[in-house]
Design a protein around this ligand. Structure first.
Ligand SMILES: NC(=O)C1=CN([C@@H]2O[C@H](COP(=O)(O)OP(=O)(O)OC[C@H]3O[C@@H](n4cnc5c(N)ncnc54)[C@H](OP(=O)(O)O)[C@@H]3O)[C@@H](O)[C@H]2O)[C@@H](O)CC1
Ligand SMILES: Nc1ncnc2c1ncn2[C@@H]1O[C@H](COP(=O)(O)OP(=O)(O)O)[C@@H](O)[C@H]1O
Ligand SMILES: [K+]
Length: 503
């Protein structure tokens, strides 16, 4: 699904009105009715107190339509106008009058010196104060009102966006923002919903298709692509009946050091579980028995050194090398890594200490094969590209870094981001159960395993990240988030592939 900016959504809105020959009031009615339907389906007429806070722009207009419909269906609803400006939008005014006419009362107006209405924890709040039109931080009494709503403990539903959040730029550090339990957003998701600093404000997210112009939405260049099951399924290639293990490639996992052999066990297991034909592991001598015991399906080649990688001479031609997990970053290992980079021509996957060694020797980047994949978590990323002011600046820096160095970068997080050639793909699977030691090692194995099956590196990265998260989701569903450990992700990959194929 495409992630669009506020400007693009406004353009889509304009083109829809022209092509469908409808008024903006009709479109607002359509959009807000969908929100009403969602509320009505869930509340089923329950006698719960509903308070709707409306701004004076079109987000407020939506709130008034929702209020009118809830009133019509007999709900216990109170509507408040948050009177932060006298520049009311036309559709706000039209719906303000309609509300008055159909509910035979004027909504209550909240201004600078008004006492805020009391809100009890059991009530239901609809936030229709600001949507995509927010253009500066909410200040003064307005910020106080947002805090008052946040502190009430009431269930809060945000219409289109939680008020105070910008769709495509970072909020100020001390900004006041509605902390929604649920966000019903129109047509396309907004970038801010997926960034670490802002994602917690939206609660659960649902996108409502309000029928904006199909052709426009198809043609417009997305800010980013959101990768869900539908998108991932399009990337997946089912196996041919008459295939053999040679068709699925040979992955070489290189890494491990004394006390950190577990990381390559996890990666290698994920390589095989994601479908690679063969997997070899190159590791210091101390890893030999552990690997042969823990993962008999993998072949093991040992370094001449006992506890660390000192010279990477596997004596085979793999389809892909997956380097760095648990490798440590001694000078000896860094020299061996440099030599490996220089000898390798096919795209590689570099993770963990491989990334740290690059950060300490940025010239290694020159030897990295084109289209290789780096998989940093935020700390590793910071070592690679330096710090950033906010998430949006971080995105831009990573985009530049991946473009300049001709590489694909997977930035791991609650929503992992894949960057390639200036494009951005945001993963929508996964859960906090995956915040556990070794889950990154599993991810590197999955992506490398897909690369060895001749998935293009970018496709392997996007699909691999999605499958990793999907395995985590199925697993968490069965055992809960606390109990999930990274080895489980390998074990649940099978169910994830099955789920991907299922409609
Ligand atoms: N696009 C679509 O397809 C559809 C969109 N729809 C709906 O329209 C919504 C967008 O509506 P919108 O453009 O009227 O903007 P909105 O969010 O109501 O706020 C604008 C007002 O806020 C003001 N203002 C801003 N920041 C401020 C601040 N810090 N403090 C104080 N004031 C501030 C700003 O004032 P100004 O900057 O002019 O002073 C202006 O008056 C969208 O989210 C969705 O709900 C649907 O109905 C149908 C389809
Ligand atoms: N809250 C979360 N939601 C979804 N995925 C998560 C979450 N926390 C961690 N993950 C995923 O788990 C993996 C953790 O990787 P990493 O930090 O490298 O761990 P490790 O170094 O222990 O292997 C990443 O793929 C990340 O996207
Ligand atoms: K809102």
């Amino acid at each position: 699904m495409k992630i669009l900016s506020a400007e693009q959504l406004n353009e889509a809105d304009k083109i829809t009105l022209e092509n469908e020959h409808i008024s903006s009031t009709r479109l607002m009615e359509r959009a807000a009715s969908l929100v009403f339907n969602e509320i009505h389906t869930r509340l089923e007429g329950a006698d719960i107190k509903i308070k709707i806070f409306c701004g004076i722009g079109n987000n407020g207009g939506d709130g008034l339509v929702i209020g009118r419909l809830l009133h019509k269906y007999g709900y216990n609803v109170e509507v408040f106008i948050v009177d932060y400006s006298d520049k009311r939008s036309d559709d706000f005014l039209i719906n303000y009058d309609r509300y008055k006419k159909e509910s035979s009362s004027w909504p209550e107006v909240i201004e600078e010196n008004t006492d805020f209405p009391e809100i009890s924890p059991g009530e239901f709040v609809v936030d229709a104060i600001f949507g995509i039109g927010l253009n500066r931080p909410a200040k003064g009494w307005l910020a106080k009102l947002l805090k008052h709503i946040n502190n009430s403990g009431a269930f809060t539903l945000a219409v289109d966006m939680p008020s105070g959040l910008f769709p495509n730029k970072a909020p100020q550090k001390d900004a006041t923002i509605i902390k929604a339990n649920y966000t019903l957003s129109f047509q396309n998701p907004k970038l801010t919903f997926f960034l670490p600093e802002t994602m917690n404000f939206i609660g659960e997210l649902q996108i409502l298709d309000i029928g904006l112009d199909r052709d426009f939405l198809k043609e417009v260049k997305a800010v980013a692509q959101l990768i869900g099951k539908r998108e991932a399924r399009q990337l997946y290639r089912p196996r041919k009946r008459n295939s053999h293990k040679g068709d699925y490639g040979h992955t070489l996992v290189v890494g491990g050091s004394y006390g950190k052999i577990g990381s390559i066990v996890l990666s290698a297991k994920a390589v095989l579980r994601s479908g690679a034909g063969l997997c070899s592991v190159y590791t210091p001598k101390c890893g030999y028995q552990i690997l042969q015991t823990a993962l008999p399906e993998a072949m093991v080649i040992t370094d001449k050194a006992e506890k660390e990688l000192s010279e990477i001479k596997p004596g085979l031609e793999p389809d892909v090398v997956c380097f760095g997990m648990g490798a440590g970053k001694s000078q000896t290992t860094a020299n061996a890594f440099k030599a490996l980079l220089e000898e390798t021509e096919k795209p590689m996957l570099i993770d963990a200490d491989g990334l740290n060694m690059i950060s300490e020797n940025m010239d290694f980047l020159n030897a990295l094969p084109k289209n290789s994949i780096l998989t940093p978590h935020p700390k590793e990323l910071e070592r690679l590209i330096g710090s950033w002011e906010d998430d949006f600046e971080k995105m831009e820096k990573v985009k530049d870094f991946s473009k300049t160095n001709d590489l694909i970068l997977v930035l791991k997080g609650s929503h992992s981001f894949v960057f390639s050639e200036g494009n951005m793909y945001i993963n929508n699977s996964g859960n906090p159960g995956m915040a556990t030691a070794g889950s990154g090692d599993v991810l590197s194995g999955i992506i490398a395993g897909l690369m060895s099956q001749k998935y293009e590196p970018l496709v392997a990265a996007i699909l691999g990240v999605y499958m990793h998260g999907l395995a985590g989701d199925i697993c968490a569903e069965e055992m809960g988030v606390e109990t999930l450990i990274s080895g489980d992700l390998c074990d649940y990959l099978g169910q994830a592939f099955l789920a991907l194929e299922k409609e």
